[in-house]
Design a protein around this ligand. Structure first.
Ligand code: AR6
Length: 204
């Protein structure tokens, strides 16, 4: 029931264009999952926070993570000197059940500069996965970066995220990650992942 490419090919990021429909792969597909959950409750190696450039906390999932992690996280974040948009930094997890927190700074979505927004969003996913590998984190849970306060439409963010994840998992360090969990909180993210996961990780 899957078509070869989404009807609107504009939605497919350049990293993995519509002509590069990936073949199904059991070993690859087993490593990606979508959970509807509160990311602060997950006992994975690393969770990815949707932070801002100050890395000092904020609303949304960032606020929830800082509240659940406690003061120690804020104190460590103060030593980091902020972070560029499209990149990420890693900290300890303090009172959270995970081992590390990766703070990724997604773009504020700019519909007039879609390509730039997409490049920055892809940068967040790729840098987060690189940091996870560098710190021996084999299971990683992403919040839906930029899709809340930063206004990135979920139907556009999901293919960018999935393309970056697939690209990484099939790359040179891909075997150093056992599981990528996409954490959805709102129905619009559930719908976006439900639509696009079968495209990037076709059912075997
Ligand atoms: N667990 C999982 N996902 C959550 C949770 C949770 N506990 N809470 C919210 N979400 P947002 P952004 C979802 O706004 O768009 C902050 O002020 C939420 O439904 O948290 O990248 C930062 O400091 C949405 O799908 O992040 C920045 O200033 C997703 O997390 C700014 O917001 C991301 O929404 C970043 O905005």
């Amino acid at each position: 029931k899957l078509s070869a490419a989404p009807a609107d090919t504009k939605l497919v990021p350049t990293l993995l264009g519509p002509t590069e429909i990936p073949p199904p792969s059991k070993s690859l597909n087993d490593r990606v999952a979508v959970y509807r959950a509160d990311i602060t409750s997950l006992a994975v190696d690393a969770i990815v926070n949707a932070a801002n450039r100050s890395l000092l906390g904020g609303g949304g999932v960032d606020g929830a993570i800082h509240r659940a992690a406690g003061r120690g996280l804020y104190e460590e974040c103060k030593t980091l000197g902020g972070c560029d948009t499209g990149s990420a930094k890693i900290t300890d997890a303090y009172d959270l059940p995970c081992k590390r927190v990766i703070h990724a700074v997604g773009p504020v979505y700019d519909p007039l500069r879609h390509d730039k927004s997409e490049r920055l969003l892809v940068g967040c996913y790729t840098t987060s996965l690189e940091l996870a590998v560098e710190h021996q984190c084999r299971t990683i849970a992403f919040s839906a970066l930029s899709t809340g306060i930063y206004g990135y439409p979920s139907r556009e963010a999901a293919p960018a995220a999935l393309s970056a994840i697939r690209h990484f998992l099939t790359g040179k360090d891909g075997d150093k990650i056992d599981k990528v969990i996409l954490v959805t909180f709102e129905m619009k993210d559930v719908e976006a992942y439900t639509e696009f996961v079968p495209h990037y990780f076709p059912p075997v």
